[in-house]
Design a protein around this ligand. Structure first.
Ligand SMILES: Nc1ncnc2c1ncn2[C@@H]1O[C@H](COP(=O)(O)OP(=O)(O)OP(=O)(O)O)[C@@H](O)[C@H]1O
Length: 280
């Protein structure tokens, strides 16, 4: 990967450090609706969702179980088809974006193949995409370094801790260098100390690579710590009840969580969640 690969916004006037026009939308939803038809009747999973995510933003989605967070991510990934409204990813339809490999997807469970080494797991998407051997080797080494797992290429998933497996899963999603990373509760199953460390590492990785992140979580501190924008969702039918642009600086040591600004944002998220629940 070149420096520009890792910092795609670097020479862009509208990038995170630029002073030009607003950066283009990577993800844009207008009046998005999705109703699942089930044997028990229709389930209105998303209702009138409007959202614009700019290049290089870190956007977290938080809300009670069943409010449509995963469904929204799956729509962006072209894995669900909305029943109303419009959705674009890099100005393409989600289906086109999926075929153009516009995103990497990280799931709650690391989902590594146990019979493949860590290197073999990271190499898998590159094999599917037909990268030449030397390029595969370079990208595996590069992404292992990005997630601080160099030296673990030949280990099998069971030889790694849960946190390391999740880092390997992030490396796999990064290996083909998509500008957009979709992460569905990637750290939900990990203990708090490991999660804190991975949050710090993820933020550093985001800062280094300039990628756009869409991140689902149930944790208020995690959402506030990581995000430049927090999308609060409410259930039945899933809709956005608040969008909070974080005033926190890009550089965030963990103890920023004790600051007044952090506590205020966390309070606003909690209020948004409560209001959403009261409205049900
Ligand atoms: N394929 C499907 N068919 C029918 N209903 C579905 C399907 N996928 C999701 N749903 C329903 O849509 C709603 C939103 O589900 P979704 O998984 O997006 O919620 P979520 O906010 O991600 O929940 P959680 O936090 O528990 O993961 C739920 O009521 C769920 O049961």
């Amino acid at each position: 990967m070149t420096d520009t690969d890792l910092h795609p916004w670097k020479n862009t006037p509208g990038g995170p450090e630029g002073r030009g026009a607003a950066p283009p939308s990577v993800v844009r939803a207008d009046g998005l609706n999705l109703t699942f038809q089930t044997n028990d009747g229709p389930v209105h999973a998303l209702k009138e969702v409007d959202l614009s995510v700019a290049k290089g933003e870190f956007v977290s989605f938080i809300g009670p179980s069943g409010c449509g967070k995963t469904t929204f991510l799956r729509c962006v990934a072209g894995l669900e088809t909305p029943t109303g409204g419009t959705l674009t990813v890099n100005d393409m339809s989600p289906d086109e974006a999926r075929r153009a490999r516009a995103y990497g997807y990280v799931f709650q469970a690391a989902g590594l193949y146990p019979w493949r080494t860590i290197g073999g797991n990271i190499r898998l998407p590159l094999e599917i995409m037909g990268f030449p051997a030397a390029e595969k080797k370079r990208r595996v080494a590069e992404t292992l370094k990005l997630v601080d797992l160099d030296g673990f290429e030949k280990k099998f998933p069971w030889q790694l801790s849960g946190g390391m497996q999740q880092r390997a899963s992030i490396a796999r999603a990064l290996s083909f260098d998509a500008d957009l990373l979709l992460m569905d509760e990637p750290f939900g199953a990990l203990d708090e100390i490991v999660r804190d460390r991975l949050n710090e590492e993820l933020l550093a990785l985001w800062d280094r690579t300039g990628k756009t992140m869409l991140f689902v979580t149930h944790s208020i501190p995690e959402a506030v710590y990581l995000s430049t924008k927090i999308v609060v969702m409410s259930p039945r039918p899933g809709r956005i009840s608040d969008v909070i642009d974080s005033p926190l600086p890009r550089e965030r040591p963990l103890d920023i969580r004790d600051s007044r600004e952090f506590i205020e944002i966390a309070h606003r998220v909690r209020e948004g969640l409560r209001a959403g629940m009261d409205a049900v």
